[in-house]
Design a protein around this ligand. Structure first.
Ligand code: AMP
Length: 572
């Protein structure tokens, strides 16, 4: 396949906002690609070179890309900057400026070039390579190459769309589960596509966990009382809910990798944990999960989350790790010495975890009890709250580790669900408004936000949020949103109201609200018969949550449940 052919598919994808049509186009594309091309095709379509957990980045800013384009085309930097201010799309500008035909390069060759650019260290060398590449591309090809390089391809295709296309390719709808399972076990949709293409569906049926490929994390549902926990699970395990960073640790020999809840590679951020793992574990292959947090060694108390979170930084990590070394409170074992533990019942995983962590220092075992008594759940919860913890987690004793899904195998009970909506809600920014009055000088006065609908893989509106940010935060937010603004509503956004500026659904913020009400204006939970759900008096309580992907926002179902809980509480 040539780059030109791929670019033609990109062009077709750009022309549609229908997800079904997108999946069809992608199906054709994946069919066309050869086995050794298909993973690269997938990554490039997603605007990447590799799955995000590999942490490979181009390291080319728009400014550098403009410089390279200027050198390649012999047009002044100033001129390109002017055009860029007007249009905001370097790809389009490249297409216009490049007059030559290009060398009709193969996709594999261009992919390799792009990878070399990303892996080259020095800025100057990167730019030289980019200039070289541009000289071999036609305008049409360069349009997409540049967009990929500056991180703005934005075809509206996500991993879920690729999964749909792969199930079309595999031919039967019921194969989707097999594809999803493989994806949940490796988080690498390119790899899944390649296996399917090369070995057919049976290759995916045999798919195995591999150290170094993060497993998509299991998530918890929530309830509002101890009673509900026992009603749902019967005899179950209770653990305290630690408030730190959820980490998935992979160890193979002396090599350790750490992934965040978002499946980003975070190894460099936790040198103390890496060291601890190597000292604590003598096994060759291990994958386990835990929550990392800072603890006061003298008193044994947990430091507040504000201290733990300081570790999220680029510089000074060594100093912080000395001042506030983190401990990892482990709560699950997923893989050990070649054996897949995700399929085993929780209680079996836990017993093995206890064995694995018998003599450890940095790795600690999460506190756990087993009970079928409501009273005991209440006591365990109260005690956790008194110690300043967030709440408790209940776990179904016979459940496997359900990678990539949120269900009642794990249940969280958090502080103060009673009364008005004490729980915060994570929402995704879908667009913004210019704002009126004093705000209008900032050019942004509010954001349109939504929650996630996993069934449809779309974002549905729940509110406009216009308070909670400082003036500096609004300015910063506008800048970030302008970088991902779109001509029209994103294909995955379902909204009845319009925004002044639509953006790619990427950023999650946490909001607090007094109440959830029903509203015909919003699409979350809306059906032909019933109005949607809306947040009343919403205010932001966090800036952008970098630890959360848009799909980690609260879901429509959760909003519905919160609405019902709130009704129950007010009736009582
Ligand atoms: P939430 O982020 O409110 O959906 O709560 C689920 C999160 O609680 C998980 O993703 C973990 O980061 C965290 N957590 C803390 N303690 C535990 C535990 N003992 N078991 C599982 N998850 C835990």
């Amino acid at each position: 396949m040539t780059l030109r052919e791929l670019a033609e598919y990109f062009h077709r994808l750009e022309q549609t906002t229908s997800r079904l049509e997108m999946a069809d186009i992608l199906r054709d594309l994946l069919e066309r690609a050869e086995g050794e091309e298909v993973d690269k095709v997938v990554y490039l379509t997603l605007g990447e070179l590799m799955p995000p957990f590999r942490g490979v980045e181009f390291g080319i800013s728009e400014k550098l890309a403009i410089e390279a384009l200027s050198k390649a085309c012999g047009v002044k930097v100033k001129t390109i900057e002017g055009l860029y201010k007007e249009r905001g799309d370097l790809g389009e500008i490249a297409q216009e400026l490049i007059k030559w035909q290009g060398r009709s390069l193969s996709l594999l060759k261009v992919y390799q070039e792009l990878l070399d650019i990303a892996l080259t260290r020095g800025t100057l060398d990167k730019v030289m390579r980019l200039i070289n590449l541009l000289k071999g591309l036609s305008g049409f090809e360069a349009k997409y190459a540049i967009r990929i390089i500056v991180g703005k391809l934005r075809l509206g295709v996500g991993d879920a769309t690729i999964i749909d296309a792969l199930s079309l390719l595999a031919g039967y709808k019921d194969l989707k589960q097999t594809i999803e399972r493989a994806y949940n076990l490796c988080s690498d949709i390119g790899l899944v596509a390649k296996k399917l293409k090369e070995g057919g569906i049976s290759a995916l049926e045999d798919f195995k966990i591999q150290v170094g490929y993060p497993i998509r994390m299991a998530l918890a549902e929530r309830v509002s009382s101890a009673e509900e926990i026992i009603k749902k699970l019967g005899r179950c395990a209770l653990e305290v809910k630690y408030d730190g960073f959820r980490l998935q640790v992979h160890k193979e020999d002396q090599k350790v990798e750490i992934y965040s809840r978002n499946l980003e590679r975070m190894t460099e951020m936790f040198p103390d944990i890496v060291k601890g793992i190597l000292e604590d574990l003598s096994f060759k292959y291990v994958i386990l999960e835990g929550e990392a947090l800072a603890i006061n060694e003298e008193t044994g108390e947990f430091y507040p989350f504000q201290i733990t979170i300081q570790r999220k930084r680029k510089y000074g990590i060594e100093e912080y790790s000395k001042e506030y070394p983190l401990k990892l409170f482990c709560f699950d074992l997923l893989y050990l010495e070649g054996e897949d533990y995700t399929v085993k019942p929780f209680i079996e995983r836990r017993r093995k975890l206890e064995e694995v962590l018998r003599k450890t220092n940095t790795l600690k075992l999460s506190e756990m009890i087993i009970t079928d008594q409501v009273k005991e759940v209440e006591n365990f919860f109260e005690e956790a709250i008194t110690r300043g913890l967030e709440g408790i987690m209940a776990k179904r004793l016979d459940a496997p580790y359900t990678a990539g899904s949120r269900n009642f195998n794990w249940i969280k009970l958090k502080r103060s669900y009673k009364g008005s909506l004490a729980d915060t809600i994570d929402v995704v920014i879908l667009g913004y408004y210019y704002g009126k009055g004093a705000r209008s000088k900032l050019g942004i006065g509010g954001v349109l936000v939504g929650v996630y609908d996993p069934q449809r893989d779309t974002f549905k509106t729940v509110s406009k949020v216009g308070s909670g940010f400082t003036e500096e935060e609004w300015i910063k937010l506008k800048k970030l949103l302008d970088e991902i603004k779109l001509e029209h509503k994103h294909a995955r956004v379902d909204s009845l109201i319009s925004a002044d500026v639509w953006v790619e659904p990427r950023y999650v913020i946490t909001v607090r609200s007094d109440e959830i009400t029903r509203s015909p204006l919003h699409t979350a939970g809306r059906t032909i018969e019933e109005p949607g759900y809306a947040l009343r008096f919403p205010r932001a309580v966090s800036f952008i949550r970098e630890d959360k992907a848009p799909e980690d926002a609260n879901t429509v179902e959760e909003i519905k449940r919160l609405y019902e809980l709130q009704r129950k509480v007010s009736i009582e």
